[in-house]
Design a protein around this ligand. Structure first.
Ligand SMILES: CC(C)(COP(=O)(O)OP(=O)(O)OC[C@H]1O[C@@H](n2cnc3c(N)ncnc32)[C@H](O)[C@@H]1OP(=O)(O)O)[C@@H](O)C(=O)NCCC(=O)NCCS
Length: 149
C-alpha cells in the first residue's frame, strides 16, 4: 500500500535512502531535512516496514520536483517505483504545477514516464542553492529531466 509518510516512518526512510546513497546511486538525506519535508513524502508500507519512498517537492512557482525515489533491493521491478512516480505526478497536477523535473542518476527510468533531458542551467536559480550545499558539488553526475504536465 502506498500512502503519505508519517513522522514514525522517517528513520526507516533515511535508512532506505542512505543505503543507496552509500552505493552512490542517490544523494544522502539528513534526518533534519527529512523531518522538515515529511509532507513531501510518499511511502510503500509492507507489513509495517517501509520498503520504498519518493518525495514531491515544490521548489518554485509552477515547478514540481521528484526527489529521493528509492525501492528496497528485494522489492524492485514489481511496479512500486512506478506507483510512487505516478502518485507524485498526480499530486503535482492537483497542486497546480505545470512542469515536473528530476535530478537523477537513472535518466532511462524517468524517460519511461515521458520525462525529457534538459540542461541543468534552465532550472531556476533556487535549485542551485541546494546543489551548492550538496557533498557532491561541483562534481555531480546527475542528469536533469523535465516533463510537462
Ligand atoms: C530506479 C528504481 C526506483 C526503480 O523502481 P522499481 O520499483 O524497481 O521500478 P518499476 O518496477 O516501477 O519499473 C517500472 C518500469 O521501469 C523499468 N525499469 C526499472 N528500473 C529501471 C532502470 N534503472 N532504468 C530503466 N528502466 C528501468 C522496469 O523494467 C519497468 O518497465 P516496464 O513497465 O516496461 O516493465 C529502483 O530500482 C531503485 O530504487 N533504485 C535505487 C535507487 C535509485 O537509483 N533511485 C533513482 C532515483 S534518483
Amino acid at each position: 500500500m502506498i500512502r503519505k509518510a508519517k513522522i514514525k516512518d522517517i528513520k526507516q526512510i533515511q535508512e532506505l535512502i542512505n543505503t543507496f546513497a552509500k552505493q552512490d546511486v542517490m544523494l544522502p538525506r539528513s534526518l533534519n531535512e527529512l523531518y522538515e519535508n515529511i509532507r513531501d513524502f510518499w511511502v510503500m508500507e509492507d507489513k509495517g516496514k517501509i520498503t520504498a519512498c519518493a518525495a514531491l517537492h515544490i521548489p518554485w512557482d509552477d515547478l514540481a520536483e521528484i526527489k529521493s525515489l528509492a525501492v528496497a533491493k528485494n522489492k524492485q521491478r514489481k511496479g512500486i517505483g512506478k506507483l510512487l512516480v505516478d502518485a507524485c505526478i498526480d499530486e503535482a497536477k492537483v497542486l497546480g504545477a505545470k512542469k515536473i523535473f528530476v535530478l537523477t542518476y537513472k535518466p532511462g527510468y524517468f524517460k519511461k514516464f515521458g520525462f525529457k533531458r534538459i540542461n541543468h542551467a534552465s532550472l531556476p536559480h533556487k535549485i542551485w542553492a541546494e546543489c551548492i550545499n550538496c557533498c557532491k558539488f561541483p562534481n555531480c553526475q546527475e542528469s536533469a529531466l523535465l516533463k510537462t504536465l
